[in-house]
Design a protein. Sequence first.
Length: 190
Amino acid sequence: MNHDVWDQEAETFDGEPDHGLTDPAVRAAWRELLLSALPAAPALVADLGCGTGTIARLLTDEGYTVDGLDFSPQMIQRARAKVPESRFVVADAATPDLPAAAYDVVFSRHVLWAMTDPAEAFGRWLKLLKPGGIAVLVEGNWSTGAGLTAAQTEQIVLQARDEVHIRRLPEPVYWGKETTDERYLAVSLR
């Protein structure tokens, strides 16, 4: 998939409740979920495939410093407008153009599944982490047939890390609607 597709999606991307987090209940659920998984602020977060910067905005509001990366120039333009105090770069999450060994957290939401080689990309993501840094992934296996199962993501993470914790996210409050997809949070501390 090339960036033109995502450039076209940028204008309406935040319309989905879990993309824009404009619904107070959905935003509060994501805030609580992410704060329970992340180290305390101020921590430096690499938001890979940041889209329009919604998670960067949420985390910045909580005292985190966020560097975002997306390969869609239109998504990055919106992210810069939404979170002017963060740094955003146009680059491919498969080969993130961010400083090595600089981040406390590598975060991605619905990005790993889209990588040509998810395990290889995840290995590159880990190089961005400081010693003791954590990886936080939100992924899913959607009814469209796209995505990664929790078992697949667990296998990818365990090829490079010692542990991973999976928390399934079936609750509609995260998505703004009922869903039958397999959606989950994967957190790896080491």
